[in-house]
Write a protein that binds this ligand. Structure first.
Ligand code: WTA
Length: 651
């Protein structure tokens, strides 16, 4: 496996979209991409007016953009209803019978919801919210399993102009409480429980604990999913099915201002205290609509599956708002990829004839570890396009995804974006861009991406620097909820009127963007910049390695030493010989500068619930083992204990 590996520093394998894919794609030539991209930057009014006009607006805009840095208003004075755009307009266009949501529960129960049914459910639940006194602008927490009602609740709050804040169903009551207090939410929509790896997650119990000190919450609506006993507080708690049964007429889809808040989403705690990212209506919907259309090349007969949870931005933008505003058929799956067996995803792809699959490198690495047997049992020939999101994809994982899942025929869109950006900003276009394993390639329409040095100068090819966006884009965050100062400080204080993404990156000779990691994850070893992602890719390319995380440890001589936490594949012995071999391997793949000083074998790596490795914790372990700071998003605290216990250097 490692013999044909090229480090992402020298990766130059090129994969052109097939003639077959190109012939049907919406955009199929580099010239068209370049022409449209230039138009989107030089004449944004024309570009965005044309694109946004495909959506339904109840009142037109007077101006496309009002930019008072760092505050943007898009589609000024326009009015729209986001839920109308995601649901009603497709029914009005005669697509009422088309499946909107195909759903599979973890235990194997299924549902198909047509656009007409979705319209009824959304309008009905919106009426429930109105009946409970929830008004436009009120904040509503949604804490649900991956069931259709999660999407229905999001669309219903949007329908009445309420502002939802979805909390991932894996979060604890402590996290709910923090978000509840920060957002000032007065209502919570939840379920009795949800299924995860065969167990029931006690969602309502968690809400009850969080609400002990939150008397401002006056309404809790509970969906019956798992059926176990839960406490219902008189006057505050009501069942979803009882409340919807009382509704005689669904809520109308009135228009709201384009800048009316749509949702607050708290970012994962991998970089400290969660930030309440605020997104608004017209620009966000336009951004997710346009990006879904071009990047996933959505067509009428596609079955589109994004495996994220709706609790993350990927679920917001690319399960709910983007695909549904395009009138696509989406698949939702409630459970874990290894329940009841490690081939569950591939079984689902075969069963529903999924044509577009959008998942994350962390999942792909797990599939590799579980072995090809689980994949080989199923027919994946329905797939035509694959996507990746969330972290840099290791070239080896990319190659496996390409060959094993995509059968060598599916373009892979490696999409770079953030909770803050609302929609994908750097990505291949599947019918256009020749891809290379490990790079998100080129900026999407409207995106003026660049890499700057400390002084704000654009760096040359192959030089590392800070990834920035120099022009506002429609789906950008508008602020951090209730904290304009922190918004300015975090994103706009490094360079004047330029958005700091917080990632380091470089561009290669073709102008492709290679994300090296978060700014704090970039090491400086003997004066050389080294991306943690690059060292990790090298380690993962070794046949014995399942997963690796690299952090810096202060070093007197070099500034920083490289410490690699490594998990090995099943059946491999984590011996000192293997550690030595891995150091040598990294030195071979990237260069001696990247040779890890320490290899620490571990049974698991500490991850946020969204699957991001918490390097901050690893750094703290390296620095002496006392864990400070926020661990509320950590998947498994035992991992930390075992890392600390076993944390002796190899040499
Ligand atoms: C990282 C997830 C490399 C990056 C949509 C970013 C990526 C952070 C990619 C945002 C990618 C996301 N290649 N890195 N394709 N996609 N990232 O807010 O560091 O959960 O800043 O949004 O994930 O994470 P977030």
């Amino acid at each position: 496996m490692s013999s044909d590996f090229k480090s992402i520093l020298t990766e130059n394998r090129l994969f052109e979209p097939s003639a077959e894919f190109k012939s049907k794609a919406r955009i199929s030539s580099m010239e068209d991409y370049q022409r449209l991209h230039a138009e989107s930057l030089n004449d944004p009014d024309t570009f965005w007016t044309r694109e946004a006009s495909e959506l339904t607006w109840q009142q037109p805009w007077t101006k496309v953009l009002d930019w008072q840095p760092p505050f943007a208003k898009w589609f000024v004075d326009a009015k729209l209803n986001v839920s109308e755009n995601c649901v009603d307009r497709h029914v009005a266009a005669g697509k009422g019978d088309k499946p909107a949501i195909l759903w599979e529960g973890e235990p194997g129960d299924t549902r198909t919801i047509s656009y007409a049914e979705l319209q009824t459910e959304v309008a009905t639940f919106a009426a429930v919210l109105l009946n409970h006194g929830i008004k436009a602008g009120d904040r509503v927490i949604i804490y649900m399993p991956m069931v259709p009602e999660a999407a229905i609740a999001m669309l219903a709050t949007a329908r009445i102009g309420a502002v939802h804040s979805v909390i991932f169903g894996g979060f604890s009551s402590e996290s709910i409480k923090d978000r509840l207090l920060d957002s000032g939410a007065t209502a919570v929509i939840t379920a009795d429980g949800g299924y995860r790896r065969g167990k029931v997650v006690p969602l309502k119990d968690n809400v009850d604990t969080a609400l002990k000190n939150a008397p401002h919450v006056t309404t809790v609506i509970v969906l019956k999913r798992t059926g176990q006993n839960i406490a219902m507080q008189e006057g505050r708690d009501a069942w979803w099915h009882d409340e919807t049964a009382k509704v005689t007429e669904g809520a109308p889809a009135n228009g709201f201002d384009s800048e009316h808040p749509l949702f607050i989403l708290y970012t994962s705690g991998s970089t400290g205290k969660p930030k309440g990212i605020l997104h608004t209506s017209g620009g966000y919907l336009t951004g997710t609509y346009v990006s879904s259309k071009y990047i996933f090349d959505l067509r009428e007969d596609d079955v589109y599956w994004c495996t994220a949870d709706v609790g993350w931005i990927t679920g917001h933008s690319y399960i709910v708002f983007g695909p549904l505003s395009n009138g696509a058929t989406i698949l939702m799956y409630e459970g874990a990829p290894d329940t009841p067996h490690q081939g569950r995803f591939w079984e689902i792809v075969e069963k529903y004839k999924v044509s577009i699959l959008y998942t994350a490198p962390t999942a792909i690495r797990a599939f590799i570890k579980w072995g090809d047997d689980h994949v080989d049992k199923f027919d994946l020939s329905s797939l035509r396009l694959l996507g990746s999101v969330g972290e840099p994809i290791n070239p080896e994982a990319w190659m496996w995804y390409h060959h094993k899942i995509g059968g060598g025929r599916c373009p892979i869109v490696d999409t770079w974006w953030q909770t803050e950006t609302g929609s994908i900003l750097i990505t291949p276009l599947p019918g256009v861009t020749p891809t290379k394993p490990g790079t998100a390639t080129l900026p999407f329409f409207g995106v003026d991406a660049a890499i700057l040095d400390e002084d704000g100068k654009e760096v040359g090819p192959n030089e590392g620097g800070k990834l920035v966006i120099r022009k506002p884009w429609p789906s950008m965050l508008r602020t951090l909820y209730g904290d304009n100062d922190r918004y300015k400080e975090v994103y706009w204080s490094t360079y004047e009127n330029i958005y700091l993404a917080g990632d380091s990156a470089r561009r290669d000779d073709d102008g492709y963007f290679w994300i090296m990691g978060r700014i704090d994850d970039v090491l400086n070893v003997s004066g050389h910049r080294l991306g943690t992602a690059e060292v990790e890719s090298a380690l993962v390319s070794h046949e014995s390695v399942a997963e690796a995380a690299v952090v810096g440890r202060p070093d007197e001589l070099k500034g920083q030493a490289v410490v690699a936490f490594v998990t090995v594949k099943g059946g491999v012995d984590p011996t000192p010989e293997l550690a030595a071999a891995l150091k040598k391997h990294v030195a071979n793949v990237i260069g001696a500068i990247a040779r890890p000083d320490d290899i620490r074998f571990a049974a698991g790596l500490p991850k946020t619930r969204s699957g991001k490795i918490m390097r901050r914790l690893l750094k703290e372990i390296c620095a002496g083992g006392v864990i400070k700071g926020d661990t509320t998003t950590l998947e498994d605290l035992n991992v930390i204990a075992s890392l600390q216990a076993s944390g002796k250097d190899e040499d």
